[in-house]
Ligand binder design. Structure first.
Ligand code: HEC
Length: 103
């Protein structure tokens, strides 16, 4: 008795939720500021080189730090995680990060 009842219930639930979805508008929240890098010299290179494996949230949410600290982060991305960033770009990125996300 119970077994026969369950599929009918599922079908009913699907029909109800499909009907409800049709006249519902979904309003997405605005992009949060963490998704965006601060504007400044070097932001383009940084966006290009630092957002292929993870979002730039990883950068923006870090505690602020000086050039030495950011150099450590960039070096780790290259050496440990294999980020294909050349020396010139790495330098530009560290300067950018130290300026925009420095203390
Ligand atoms: C080849 C892939 C790759 C690229 C490119 C990359 N990262 Fe990462 N990044 C990682 C991985 C993997 C982690 C660790 C993720 C985790 O622990 O969840 C990470 C984590 C981080 C973190 C969090 C703190 C930490 O040390 O784990 C920061 C900050 C960061 N990346 C910054 C950068 C910056 C700046 C660049 C550009 C130079 C960059 N990433 C490019 C792979 C990459």
């Amino acid at each position: 008795m119970r077994r026969a009842f369950a599929p009918g219930l599922v079908a009913f639930a699907l029909a109800v939720s499909a009907g409800a979805a049709a006249d519902r508008t979904i309003v997405l929240p605005a992009d949060d500021r963490y998704a965006t890098l601060a504007l400044g010299p070097g932001v383009e290179v940084t966006r290009q080189q630092c957002s292929s494996c993870h979002s730039t949230d990883y950068i923006v949410m870090q505690p602020r730090g000086d050039a030495r600290q950011w150099d450590g982060v960039v070096t780790k991305m290259i050496k440990v995680y294999g980020a294909p960033v050349n020396d010139q770009d790495a330098k530009t990125i560290v300067e950018y990060l130290a300026k925009q996300y420095g203390n």
